[in-house]
Design a protein around this ligand. Structure first.
Ligand SMILES: Cc1ncc(COP(=O)(O)O)c(C=O)c1O
Length: 384
């Protein structure tokens, strides 16, 4: 494995390449509204995130556990890449901004795409309406509104076919208002942001020494884009889908059929009950399940042993990486993704009330042996 110096050098090269790409894109489309990709603008701070090893977990597993710090993106989540990619694609197609394009966008999102769009639309001069399911944390909704987004709440837990679901609601609002419906679930620009960005960054930062990639899917953009890129480089890279309670994705990967239990989960933004066009491009070798209790135990482990304050899907990804490491030879390198930061869930997850609830649930169900070394979480960040 390369030393930190070599890695820093590579990061500098990546940063230079991305700056050149942003420069080339600047001014491609001239807009009535929107600043587009001005050098030095917010868009210049998307991607090129650090990749760190998690030493406590590497020690516990005898494998290398690495995490791509997507919570350090410009808008503090992995969805920065998809949001910017979709805006640029709509601009390039003449659908957004410019003389004939729409004045803004509508999106259906579990939250992080909404925050990323709210910030990038503020920087580019577009109106933005975000439709979220009602289980989204108030921290995320507050943040979208802070940047001027209109937030529409749709009922949580209703089936996709229900017109009140957040996806058809967003589609309808876009039509009524003459705005662009970005549709991150099926928009190829989401896949490409990871195929052309996250995947190559991981490959270069690991200097090609990647044995496995493990991540959950919400739209499938991250998992599909990164797994497709890594497998193009080296077919033997094992790509493992991480799944949460209620989702049908693990069953889909294993049997080709979606069979979700529909049960509730503390997770936001991950788990799918239908095949999105983005997930259809995924290259999954296997899938692992992570319960809410396991994800929460990992979230607290990362706080206390790695100094990382990340959201529940990031903790789930790391727990899944540890589980997937069992099937790999000693010393193998497993890479996963820290999707967003813990602050977005401070009142929802990192509280004593949540900890007590999840500890009780863990005791009822029993934990997977792969995570037996995780101490029960002690103490919350906030009160609850
Ligand atoms: C918190 C969180 N984690 C993970 C993901 C999954 O990312 P993707 O949509 O690329 O599958 C999302 C997507 O919205 C998310 O909000």
């Amino acid at each position: 494995m390369a030393g930190a110096g070599a890695r820093m050098g590579l990061l500098a090269v990546l940063a230079g390449g991305a700056a050149a790409a942003a420069g080339a894109a600047a001014g491609v489309a001239t807009g009535r509204r929107g600043a587009r990709d001005r050098p030095g603008g917010l868009a210049g701070a998307v991607g090129r995130t650090p990749l760190v090893e998690l030493p406590s977990l590497s020690r516990a597993t005898g494998r290398q556990i690495w995490a791509k710090c997507e919570h350090l993106n410009a808008t503090n989540s992995v969805k920065d890449r998809a949001a910017l990619g979709m805006l640029r694609a709509a601009e390039a197609a003449g659908r957004l901004g410019g003389e004939g394009g729409a004045r803004g966008v509508v999106e259906a999102t579990g939250g992080n795409t909404g925050i990323a769009l709210a910030q990038h639309c503020a920087a580019r001069g577009y109106d933005v309406t975000i439709v979220v399911p009602s289980n989204v944390s108030t921290e995320k909704i507050d943040q979208m509104r802070t940047f001027g987004a209109e937030v529409v709440l749709a009922p949580g837990g209703v089936p996709f076919a229900d017109p009140r679901h957040y996806f058809p609601t967003a589609q309808r609002l876009a039509g009524e208002r003459g705005l662009v419906f970005l549709n991150q679930f099926d928009n190829d620009a989401n896949f490409r942001a990871h195929f052309e960005g996250t995947g190559p960054e991981i490959w270069q930062q690991m200097e090609g020494k990647v044995d496995a990639f493990v991540a959950a899917a919400g739209t499938g953009g991250t998992f599909a884009g990164v797994s497709s890129f890594l497998k193009e480089r080296r077919e033997a890279v094992r790509c493992v889908l991480a799944d949460c309670p209620g989702s049908g994705l693990k069953a889909y990967v294993e049997t080709g059929e979606f069979r979700g239990s529909g049960e509730g989960t503390l997770q936001e933004g991950i788990g799918i009950g239908r095949l999105t066009q983005n997930f259809a491009k995924a290259k999954a070798d296997a899938a692992v399940f992570v319960s809410d209790a396991e994800a929460l135990a990992m979230a607290f482990h990362l706080l206390r042993h790695e100094g990382l304050f990340v959201g529940p899907s990031a903790a789930l990804n790391v727990a899944a990486a540890v589980k997937a490491a069992r099937d790999l030879p000693e010393g193998a390198a497993v890479v996963t993704v820290l999707c967003d930061a813990g602050e977005r869930y401070a009142r929802k997850v990192y509280t004593k009330r949540w900890r007590a609830r999840e500890e009780a649930a863990a005791a009822r169900r029993g934990a997977d042996d792969a995570l037996a070394f995780l101490a029960p979480p002690s103490g919350g960040v906030g009160e609850g």
